[in-house]
Write a protein that binds this ligand. Structure first.
Ligand SMILES: [Fe+2]
Length: 391
């Protein structure tokens, strides 16, 4: 089955939204919609969403699904607005709960912020299917850019969100919390194992150097042959090294703070205050440790003093692993989470709680002595599995 696909390109955020429709009927799905947002003035707008609504009305379509490929960090979702006007069910990947949990902490949300995905009508898992008219959609879990990224395969059309971009631009960044260039590589290999003629619709386009037009549609065949990051049989080691080094040079998306606060709520605004006014937060110095995600090893060594051990986290790749100022960090190492405050200070309570101190390209952490684990003396080289700011 070959669905009809109508793209809507937003030149402000370089995002592509899609209406996918059953050629034999009226059913359609909307993928990755946009609520316009002017950050400087705090003003929201619905022109992008209204364009989609007008298209659906003009073509007498029936909206069955409003899908999110992931929790976007570069634009706000218009899913609730579209649902109010068009109906349909809002769906996203089940790992939205992981994202909600993390950013619920970052934004210091209270208990009224549910972290169970209940803001959505459907939480998809790998292998799930959904229906729209005669069309059947297959859900693939394709993490790497974020832990909750999904690819929706509808007929011969794969909506890959921010996994692959156009072949001349490559792939999406992997340095958000829970992101992983290794996971992205494997996810992309799964997408590239689809039939060669599968149409691929990407979530953004930034015009690669030398290209004059925006583009968003390609095929598995083209990606396999030409993708500048993963094409021509590029191996995982080369990809991961390239991706991590490149991510180390990227700055935060312009709308990341408002986008996360809204999108983790399924596109809804935070609750109004007692006056009925709505505000978004700007947490200070809490996102900087995202850079820690590029740390590739943790060295733990004995240092003189009252039974203290030290942990050094060393950054990898261009630009180093850590930047920013103070904050509370979490580090997962050997499947255990450690937390501590940076810079300075000593955290009490838990044994084995490191306290990180920011340095130019290095965080240092002290732990309390661990009884019976003097073997921890000396230096170890271990992969730091994950790191992110605790709220
Ligand atoms: Fe994204």
């Amino acid at each position: 089955m070959t669905p009809d696909v109508q793209a809507f390109f937003d030149t402000v955020t370089n995002t592509v939204s899609y209406v996918v429709q059953d050629p034999a009927g009226r059913a359609c799905a909307i993928i990755d919609s946009i609520l316009d947002f002017d950050h400087a003035s705090g003003r929201t707008g619905t022109k992008s969403a209204d364009d989609i609504i007008a298209y659906i009305h003009d073509n007498d379509l029936s909206t069955e699904w409003i899908l999110e490929s992931h929790v976007h960090a570069d634009h706000l979702s218009a899913a609730p607005y579209l649902q109010d006007h068009l109906g349909g069910k809002v769906g996203i990947g089940k790992n939205i709960t992981v994202v909600q949990d993390r950013f619920g902490k970052v934004f210091n949300e209270g208990t009224e912020f549910q972290r169970d995905g209940s803001q959505f009508d459907a939480l998809f898992e790998e292998g799930d299917r959904f229906h729209m008219g005669q069309l059947c959609g297959d859900v693939m879990h394709t993490p790497g850019h974020t832990p909750a990224c999904m690819t929706y395969l509808i007929g011969d059309a794969a909506f890959v969100g921010d996994t692959l971009f156009m072949p001349d631009f490559g792939t999406a960044r992997c340095d958000f919390p829970g992101g992983s260039s290794t996971h992205l590589y494997h996810s992309i290999q799964r997408i590239l194992s689809l039939p060669d003629d599968t149409r691929i619709f990407v979530g953004h386009d930034y015009k690669a150097p030398g290209r004059t037009e925006f583009a968003w549609e390609t095929t598995v065949r083209e990606q396999k042959a030409l993708n500048v990051h993963v094409g021509a049989g590029r191996g995982i080691a080369e990809f991961v090294e390239m991706r991590d080094a490149r991510d180390a040079t990227l700055s935060m998306p312009r709308l990341i703070l408002p986008a996360l606060q809204v999108n983790m709520r399924g596109g809804r605004m935070p609750p109004p205050d007692s006056q009925g006014d709505v505000f978004l937060k700007v947490p200070l110095n809490k996102l900087w440790l995202w850079r820690i995600g590029r740390i590739d090893r943790m060295e733990r060594s004995w240092i003189p003093g009252p039974g203290a051990a030290a942990v050094w986290l060393r950054g990898a790749g261009a630009g180093g692993g850590i930047m920013g100022a103070s904050g509370t960090i979490g580090v997962r190492w050997r499947s255990r989470w450690f937390s501590g405050r940076a810079p300075g200070g000593v955290s009490g309570g838990l044994s084995d709680m490191p306290v990180a101190i920011h340095q130019t390209n290095e965080a240092r952490a002290w732990t309390k002595p661990i009884p019976g684990r003097e073997a921890n003396r000396g230096t170890m080289h271990d992969a730091c599995e994950d790191a992110w700011p605790f709220g």
